[in-house]
Design a protein around this ligand. Structure first.
Ligand code: NAG
Ligand code: NAG
Length: 130
């Protein structure tokens, strides 16, 4: 059987990318987004304090897009969240009423224009931040 090669996005060169959040304007599910960030940069974006969110907004030129960030539900604990780079979150910035895990299927999270987080279905195809 022919093996299907997933993940054909080429890395986009980004000037001055080191240490900055990078907005990737491609539609990818969370796993694809994570793979892209790990291959082309470091990982999906993560945040340990409010100033990290402020930094993302600055890097994004003032406007944050609805996009994947490196948040995933702990596979061993449904109410705990971890960063893609490893470890449980120590800071949280959920939007009101989130995470609400609709239908028990929202195992990843997006950042909203407000900078707040919202859990979402991993299979959704969205832009993302590395
Ligand atoms: C699961 O995670 C929650 C939130 O971090 C925590 O309060 C709880 O103790 C954890 N449960 C277990 C069994 O580790
Ligand atoms: C994400 O996309 C890959 C294909 O690129 C697919 O194998 C995987 O099942 C998708 N994940 C979800 C949660 O839909």
């Amino acid at each position: 059987m022919e093996r299907i090669i997933f993940f054909v996005f080429l890395c986009i060169a980004v000037k001055g990318a080191i240490g900055n959040h990078i907005f990737i304007q491609k539609q990818a599910n969370w796993t694809e987004a994570q793979a892209y960030c790990r291959r082309c940069h470091t990982d999906l974006s993560y945040f340990n304090r409010q100033s990290d969110i402020d930094k993302l907004r600055k890097d994004a030129g003032g406007n944050i897009d609805v996009a994947w960030i490196g948040l995933h539900r702990d596979p061993n604990n449904n109410t705990a969240w971890m960063w893609s780079g490893g470890g449980h979150i120590t800071y949280q910035n959920w939007a009101d009423g989130q995470p609400n895990n609709i239908n028990g299927k929202e195992n990843n999270a997006v950042i909203r224009p407000s900078g707040k987080w919202n859990d979402a279905k991993s299979g959704r195809r969205l832009h993302f931040y590395c």
